[in-house]
Design a protein around this ligand. Structure first.
Ligand SMILES: [Mn+2]
Length: 359
């Protein structure tokens, strides 16, 4: 297992590589070229510069989150082949530089969604929170403004203000795309990119939909056991895998995280491990990573990953805002560093208690 930390890049993050380097157990970062719009080829030189910058700080570039998928691919428009070609070039450029993990998502229009980016808690910290009744009573346009107004001045992935200007046309683009069509478009994309992934050993790790149900009547398809199993079986390549994000899949009470980890053994290429405090369906707060702070049994989750033979990259996920830190919502240094050391501690205890048999 390699413990990693998400880093948005020098000009896009309040956290520095030097700070990340001082978190015990963290071997590297998961990063991206944040300024490149979805659909563009990632130039080899830019990737190589990013990699050098990270390595000069004593860390490894352990994967990319995300190489975003253009809406033409998700909606299946005639221009998709051009964007798929670009994506293939990017995979090749990453693969040639030894970067072999790509996280992406296939959510139409929006990325993850919260109704409150700084929900106050009794301990004085704030967390991101979700209330379905708020989503039911707001337009997508107002949701956009609200997310951006509360983001401490940072661009939120998937919520770029320039998207707001084309929101109507984006919804129009998906008008006839139901969940079956979206699934077909995902399969089309995966089948097209798998040969280059296999050639370079690049693992694709789709991120589950967050929350794990449709919002604003847009379909969502990477949200439960059945749908994920179908996606993995339909494109049955070892390079076609998932990002197991406990905080996303865990929004739905029907998802048994431990059972899903066992079932998707070998196809989990990347893990986001975090905790939630869940209330009734559609209502949850994010939480600190330890089991005691939320609703999940974090030991059971880490044990299930260990038992599945997981050998990939784990990163702590959204943290609380604590100790007065101002950062990109969910992505401050302090609480995620606590999360990383907690998860590393769990892993060490599991490894020592249940030694893996020598191969
Ligand atoms: Mn995640």
């Amino acid at each position: 297992m390699k413990m990693a930390f998400r880093w948005f890049g020098k000009n896009h993050d309040s956290v520095t590589l030097q700070q990340i380097r001082q978190i015990p157990g963290v071997k590297g970062v998961i990063s991206t070229l944040y300024d490149l719009p979805a659909g563009e080829v990632w130039p080899a030189e830019r990737i190589s510069d990013l990699k050098s910058e990270i390595e000069e700080a004593g860390l490894q570039l352990l994967g990319i989150e995300s190489v975003n998928v253009h809406d033409a691919i998700k909606a299946g428009t005639p221009e998709r082949d051009k964007y798929i070609e670009n994506y293939i070039t990017t995979i090749r450029n990453l693969g040639q530089l030894g970067i072999n993990l790509i996280c992406y998502n296939f959510m139409p229009v929006f990325d993850w969604l919260r109704t409150d980016l700084a929900h106050p808690r009794s301990d004085g910290s704030t967390v991101m929170a979700y209330r379905q009744d708020v989503v039911d009573g707001i337009s997508p346009e107002n949701m956009f403004s609200q997310m951006n107004n509360d983001s401490n001045g940072y661009l939120l992935p998937g919520w770029e203000p320039k998207k707001m200007d084309i929101l109507k046309s984006l919804f129009e683009l998906y008008r006839d795309v139901d969940s079956e069509k979206l699934f077909d478009n995902l399969v089309y994309f995966l089948k097209a990119i798998m040969p280059v992934c296999e050639e370079f050993g690049v693992k694709m790790a789709i991120h589950p939909d967050d929350p794990a149900w449709p919002i604003f009547e847009l379909p969502r398809i990477i949200n439960n056991r059945e749908n994920i199993a179908r996606m993995l079986a339909t494109v049955d390549s070892p390079c076609n895998g998932i990002t197991f994000c406990t905080g996303s899949l865990g929004t739905s009470p029907g998802n048994s995280l431990v059972d899903m980890i066992a079932e998707f053994k070998g196809r989990i290429h990347f893990a986001h491990v975090r905790n939630l405090k869940t209330y009734s369906h559609g209502f949850f707060d994010e939480a600190a990573h330890p089991s005691s702070d939320g609703s999940f049994d974090m030991f059971a989750i880490m044990k299930a990953l260990y038992d599945s033979g997981f050998d990939g990259v784990i990163r702590p996920d959204h943290g609380r805002a604590i100790w007065g830190e101002v950062s990109r919502p969910g992505y401050g240094l302090y609480d995620r560093a606590l999360g990383a050391t907690y998860l590393t501690g769990l892993w060490e205890a599991i490894e020592k208690s249940y030694p893996r048999k020598e191969k």
